[in-house]
Every structure is written in C-alpha cells, then in structure tokens.
Design a binder for this molecule. Structure first.
Ligand SMILES: Cc1c2[nH]c(c1CCC(=O)O)Cc1[nH]c(c(CCC(=O)O)c1C)Cc1[nH]c(c(CCC(=O)O)c1C)Cc1[nH]c(c(C)c1CCC(=O)O)C2
Length: 378
C-alpha cells in the first residue's frame, strides 16, 4: 500500500458502516461525465476508452466534479467503465456512442473464444490501478475514492446481447436453456470482478460499488439463483483476498437497480450498503432490511442504504429538486434526534447528459440543507 495523505472527510465511510451522521454524505453516480463542459472538452480530443486507459486523463476527469462542486461532494468515483472486464477477457468493446460488441457470445461453445481462461488483472487492468493511485494523490485526503465493477449478471448480459437491450431475450435464453453453463460463466466473471476490486483497493480505493444495472430484468427467483448467487461468490472472494493480502476490509455497496422484490435477500448477502432505485421509498426499504436482519438473527449488523432521487427530477428545475430532496430526506432519516442513520444520499441512477452541472449542484446543496439533523422541523 502507498502512503497517502490522511483522509479529512470520512462521512460516507461512517454512514456505510451503519452509523448515524450529522448530515447525509452525498455523491452522484456518473458525477463525472457529459453534464460537465470540462469533461466534454477532454472528450473532444480523446476517445472514451482512451480516457479510461490513460491514468492522467482518468485522474483529471475523476477530479473534475470534485473541483467544480467544491466541498459539496463526500466521495469521488474513479473514472472507468464496467465493460473493462469483458475487454480483459479479450472481447472487443466499442463506444459509439453506447457500448457495442462486434462479436457476442451466442452459445456456450463461444465461451472458448474468450481469450483468457482466467484473467491476470494486474496485466490487463493495471491502468485502472495506476489511475486510482494518481487520483488518491490528487485528492490529497479531501474525500474517499470509490472503486467499482459491474455485476456478473449485468456483464454476462452485455457479452451476450452485444450492447443494451429492450428485452434481454438472448441473455435470458442462456439462463433458461443453459443454466449450468450460465452459472459457470457467471462464476468466472465473478472471480475476475473480485480480483479487479482487490486490485483497486490495493491501489487506493477506499470503498467499492458493484453495479447490477440489469437486476430488475430477472424474476425474484432468477435474481436469487443467478445474479445474487454470483454476487455473493464475488463478495466472499473479494473479502478473503483482502484478508490474505493484508488489505483493509473496505465498505461494499451493491446497486441492484430496481430489484426491489429481493431487498430482503440482498440485505443478507453481506454487502454493507444497498443502493436503491427511485421505485421504492427509503423508509419502506429500511423496514424490509431491518426485518430481514431481525428474522435472520443478525441484529448486530446494520445494512446502510444509498439513494435514491429519480434523476429525471433534476432537469425539471430547482423547485422540483428541492421538493424531491426534502421528501427523500424525510424518508431515509430515522436516527435518534432526527439524524440520518446509515444513509448515503445519491440519485436512484446516474447523472445524464440532459442535466446541467447547475442541476447537479442544486441537488447536492439541497441534500446538505435537508439531511442535517432537525432540518425541516418547525
Ligand atoms: C451500465 C454501465 C456502463 N458503465 C457503467 C454502468 C453502470 C451504471 C449504470 O447503470 O449506468 C458504470 C460507469 N460508467 C462510467 C462511470 C464513471 C464514474 C462516474 O460514475 O462518474 C461509471 C461508474 C463512465 C461513463 N461510461 C459511459 C460514459 C459516456 C460515454 C462518453 O463519454 O461518450 C461515461 C461518462 C459510456 C457507457 N458505459 C456503459 C453504458 C451503457 C454507456 C453509454 C450510456 C451513456 O451514454 O450514458 C456501461
């Protein structure tokens, strides 16, 4: 491990560990990206994956929102993509403008086409670790740095569909026609994802998030059987390798987008924080999580929650954003004396190019205003 400057803001780490905080820590998924004119400027000259693979550029765009929203953000997230894992397996992924795989996995026989049986993450993804180390130096202890990976199911779906999909017909056909081969593929992806997260922690990541963007496509049974099963394998391997390498057990966040019917199962999966889409209220999710923990006898554990304002509220303007943040804060608070407990404020999904930087700043300022203890009380 490198010697980095001491951390001056550990609010998100305390919330992720289940503590009450004086106000809710806040960041925004995709806070770096096309809502920022300074990002678009870098993008004029450099390709998307070129930025990911050039540590100086990745560091620069990771730092852009930290600089712009001076003091308002409680975390940075490393600029990279979930699709670096299929690339590490040897698949070609283009960004034009969405992700596109010229060659997809059509049947289990195609798995042989994956160049690597296992992936040496240091060799294939060392550029991410270099970017993380450079970003930690640039952050100078201002806020923690989040590392991330895609979830095995979401990555498998991309590798089979070749890009986004409305129906997920091809990837679901795999699950139902070739369940054993699908599980084997999910396991293989999970192991590489775990290794990639370990590499990120070794390089300086202080929390990690797993993005299961296509979680809501599966029935509760299939989510448990295929996705959550591989997410638990990923987590167990990650934690045991951190131990084996004398690395800190950093907080883990699971974003199973829209998978609201399996929140109780997610609560028992071992992740420290569950990130929610806007299709469930914070208070309702808290009740489900706490009941699941009580039923399982895990009363000493707290599972924190993250989220979950509908991102579409932001472009609707300052009044709508203030009203949305106020309602969100009321729903997620619940600590003693009206303090936020075990809550990381965020959007329910990422910042989009439809938002301006001012829209995002308005969101952040309102979280500061309404998530404070006693805010909004008369
Ligand atoms: C599904 C997914 C992907 N990538 C990611 C996910 C999970 C989150 C989610 O559900 O949105 C994760 C991701 N992608 C990116 C980050 C960077 C860190 C951050 O959050 O600021 C993160 C955490 C940069 C990016 N990844 C991408 C961009 C925009 C591309 C560009 O600059 O041209 C950025 C800033 C491209 C990308 N990458 C991906 C898609 C579907 C797209 C195109 C969609 C879009 O246009 O927004 C795959």
């Amino acid at each position: 491990m490198h010697d980095f400057p001491p951390l001056r803001n550990d609010l998100i780490i305390r919330a992720a560990r289940g503590e009450e905080t004086e106000r809710a820590p806040v960041w925004a998924m995709r806070q770096a990206g096309r809502s920022l004119p300074e990002f678009l400027k870098v993008r004029e000259k450099h390709g998307f994956f070129e930025i990911c693979r050039t540590p100086e550029l990745a560091t620069e765009v990771t730092m852009q929102p930290i600089r712009r929203y001076k003091g308002l953000l409680d975390a940075a997230i490393i600029f990279s993509d979930i699709l670096v894992i299929p690339q590490a397996f040897g698949m070609v992924v283009e960004m034009n403008p969405g992700p596109h795989f010229p060659e997809t996995l059509d049947t289990p026989a195609d798995i042989q086409r994956l160049l690597h049986e296992t992936v040496n993450v240091d060799k294939e993804l060392g550029y991410v670790y270099e970017a993380i180390t450079q970003t930690r130096i640039a952050l100078n202890g201002e806020v923690p740095l989040i590392g991330f990976v895609g979830a095995p199911w979401t990555l498998m779906a991309y590798m089979i569909e070749g890009g986004g999909s409305k129906t997920f017909n091809k990837s679901k056909a795999w699950l139902f026609k070739y369940p054993e081969e699908s599980k084997a593929l999910l396991n293989r992806i999970a192991d590489v994802c775990a290794d990639h997260l370990v590499g990120q922690v070794k390089a300086g990541a202080q929390l990690v998030q797993v993005f299961d963007s296509w979680a809501s496509e599966l029935s509760p049974y299939d989510y448990r059987t295929f996705s959550l099963y591989s997410l638990i394998r990923l987590l167990n391997r990650f934690k045991s390798q951190l131990n084996a390498n004398n690395l800190p057990q950093v907080p883990t966040i699971l974003f199973a987008k829209g998978a609201n019917t399996t929140i109780a199962d997610q609560a028992l999966s071992g992740y420290d924080v569950l990130s929610l889409e806007w299709t469930i209220e914070g208070g309702e999710a808290r009740r489900i999580v706490d009941e699941a923990l009580a039923r399982a006898g895990q009363t000493e554990r707290t599972v924190a929650l993250q989220g979950n304002l509908d991102p579409s509220v932001l472009p609707a303007g300052a009044a709508a954003t203030e009203e949305g943040v106020k309602r969100m804060s009321e729903s997620f608070k619940g600590g003693l004396n009206n303090k936020p407990r075990a809550w990381v404020a965020n959007l329910g999904h990422g910042v989009t190019p439809q938002m301006t930087a001012d829209d995002v700043e308005c969101f952040l300022k309102n979280v500061w205003k309404y998530s404070k203890a006693n805010a909004g009380e008369t």
